[in-house]
Design a protein around this ligand. Structure first.
Ligand SMILES: O=P(O)(O)OC[C@H]1O[C@H](OP(=O)(O)OP(=O)(O)O)[C@H](O)[C@@H]1O
Ligand SMILES: NC(=O)CC[C@H](N)C(=O)O
Length: 480
């Protein structure tokens, strides 16, 4: 399980925001499972409840009742910077001379230490070692001198890296997406208010309508009375750096991100996988859960081509096991795969099998799975992967292994095939990803599959000019 974080912000007309925030966090649970929290404002003061654990564990029966106010923000976290403890759990709350701030962050800053050191020299005291608190302090400082919109702009000019933020300044909820639009953020309309959230599936959960994605570099300020919102295009860049992996793996298939329904993208990637490297076999099996849409697209394209290949759910997933990824030892990770996935023998025995997954990271899942399938009587096992090989770490808010743990870090596809002991192995090309997302490669963050990043990261190569031209941006409300 590779995770990132999920953010949400809600402004309603006449009812408390706590319960819809809680439901939204449930919808975003797949994005982070370490901690969950909600901060609301009732017009006079902030109320906060932030705990370690899953959403269902973090909130007890009375907790939502104490979170008064029709405006609020929420967060589910998987840490990328800072400790795995309650100090780094979010939303962050900061009280300062001219008010209160709450802040939820999805992403990862690449210059947090530098800014943190500067702010510490100016007398700011930090309660955590993460990157998110740095944003909160920088913004609080700017708010002493500027109005809200200009203060946010100043902070955006200072922080580098990926960030989708929901912020609460006193009772005003706002959302910001970094100038490259690396992480998703969208606006939804509810019957009695508005919502800003990482994924549109959370808007569906609240019976709302997706209005649109927040644009890269855009600030959206919800009216605290739930009647509307203002938008400000604060920074504009020539290129975006959308994370393609959101579509491939992280996001829910029922979410629409940057105008594409994730499920349809995955099915199309599956179709392209067949076109690029289809292999004749008796049966196609998805590796659940994220391999499902890829496998259905792959099998459909194969059948369109006249193949007799059959699509079957031959691997059952134990839904109570997650987190293979953060098991402390490789031995435990391997055991967890066995606990998590179990083959249905009748769909496999005596057959040539192709398994379809979205990605191979360390190779734990595929290695274990191929052994299981052979034990279950598979005659041949072919592996097709709906993304290119992951050759380098992610610095943009995703928990992925370090370079030496990545199976493709220093091995060719043939060497990987040999290690996982499959009969054949193919990955999808980068071209197929860009084509399916109807964008150019320069508008995607492809750091984990090329080793070249759209940000200036110490010790790594950049795939574009470090200082990207700022071609505009204004602090006046943008036309919607
Ligand atoms: O090569 P590895 O290090 O084993 O990592 C890759 C596996 O991890 C992910 O699955 P996850 O466990 O998150 O399950 P999911 O597809 O149900 O989300 C992914 O879909 C692969 O199956
Ligand atoms: N996964 C994320 O988006 C994490 C947000 C933030 N960098 C943290 O570590 O808390």
């Amino acid at each position: 399980m590779h995770e990132k974080c999920g953010v949400v912000g809600i402004s309603l007309r006449d009812r408390n925001a706590a319960r819809p925030l809680y439901y939204s966090l449930y919808a975003l649970q797949h994005r982070g499972q370490e901690s969950a929290g909600i901060v609301t404002h009732d017009g006079f003061q902030q109320h906060s409840h932030v705990e370690m654990g899953l959403v269902g564990d973090a909130f007890g029966p009375g907790d939502l009742e104490s979170l008064n106010g029709s405006n609020g923000i929420g967060h589910v976290r998987y840490p990328t910077a800072g400790s795995v403890n309650a100090c780094c759990a979010q939303p962050f709350s900061v009280s300062f001379k001219s008010g209160s701030l709450g802040l939820s962050h999805n992403g990862n800053l690449v210059n947090a230490d530098e800014i943190g050191d500067e702010l510490a020299d100016l007398g700011h005291a930090f309660t955590s070692d993460g990157d998110t608190e740095v944003i909160a302090h920088d913004l609080a400082r700017n708010l002493l001198e500027e109005d809200l919109v200009r203060a946010v702009k100043r902070t955006m000019e200072r922080i580098h890296g990926s960030y989708s933020l929901t912020i609460m300044h006193d009772e005003t909820v706002l959302g910001v997406r970094d100038p490259e639009g690396n992480r998703p953020l969208c606006i939804g309309e509810l019957e009695d208010g508005y919502v800003l959230t990482s994924e549109s599936a959370a808007i569906d959960t609240l019976d709302g309508e997706l209005v649109r994605d927040v644009r890269p570099g855009e600030l959206v300020v919800l009216h605290p009375d739930g009647t509307g919102y203002d938008t400000y295009q604060l920074i504009e860049r020539e290129n975006t750096a959308h994370c393609f992996f959101e579509h491939v793996y992280f996001a829910r298939p029922d979410s629409t991100i940057d105008e594409s329904l994730v499920y349809e993208v995955r099915r199309e990637l599956g179709r392209k996988l067949w076109e690029e490297s289809g292999v004749e076999s008796d049966v196609v099996l998805p590796v659940p859960d994220s391999g499902r849409a890829f496998a259905s697209g792959y099998a459909e394209a194969a059948q369109d081509d006249g193949s007799d290949i059959e699509f079957a759910e031959g691997l059952m997933k134990n839904r109570y096991v997650g987190r293979t990824f953060i098991m402390p030892t490789q031995d435990e990770r391997e055991r967890a795969v066995r606990l998590k996935l179990n083959p249905i023998k009748s769909t496999i025995e005596g057959k040539k099998v192709t398994i379809i997954d979205d990605s191979i990271v360390r190779g734990t899942t595929s290695t274990q799975l191929i052994g299981l399938l052979r034990d279950a009587g598979a005659e041949e096992v072919h592996v097709r992967i709906g993304a290119p090989p992951i050759v380098a770490p992610c610095y943009m808010g995703i928990d992925m292994a370090s370079r030496d743990e990545l199976i493709a870090g220093d091995q060719s596809v043939e060497e990987i095939r040999d290690e996982i002991e499959s009969d054949s192995l193919s990955y999808l090309s980068i071209d197929a990803i860009a084509e399916t997302l109807e964008t150019s490669q320069t508008d995607l963050c492809l750091g984990c599959v090329t080793g070249e990043y759209p940000y200036d990261i110490e010790g790594e190569e950049t795939d574009r000019d470090v200082v990207r031209p700022d071609i505009g941006g204004s602090a006046a409300p943008a036309d919607d």
